[in-house]
Write a new protein. Structure first.
Length: 115
């Protein structure tokens, strides 16, 4: 596993992923047209950090360290199920909107939830 450098980023071939030897879990994924920095969080879950060259290698390493620290400390945001988001939204909408607007929101969200 090589250390990522700007030279290695420029010469990476399409449809490959290269992992950094200095920072475990940090790497770059090269697609057909773009190179994207990624960090592994959890068991095989990839988190996109940004695209090269808009995001420099140094900044991407910093972001990866921050993301890994957040995961380690338990500050990583886990996905919230749709039903929970719907419940929260409707609870707030009921308190802050007109009754007819609330009913419209509820009807629409019930249709989305059913599909």
């Amino acid at each position: 596993m090589p250390r990522l450098t700007d030279l290695s980023l420029r010469s990476i071939s399409p449809n490959t992923t290269i992992w950094d030897s200095d920072l475990p879990g940090f790497g770059v994924r090269a697609g057909k047209t773009a190179k994207t920095f990624v960090v592994l969080v959890g068991s095989g879950r990839r988190f996109k950090l940004g695209r090269y060259p808009l995001l420099t290698l140094a900044k991407a390493r910093e972001k990866a360290k921050d993301k890994l620290a957040d995961v380690q400390l338990g500050n990583d945001h886990k996905p919230v199920p749709f039903k929970e988001l719907k419940r929260r939204f409707l609870e707030e909408a009921e308190a802050n909107t007109r009754p007819r607007t609330y009913e419209s929101y509820k009807w629409l969200l019930d249709r989305v939830d059913a599909s």
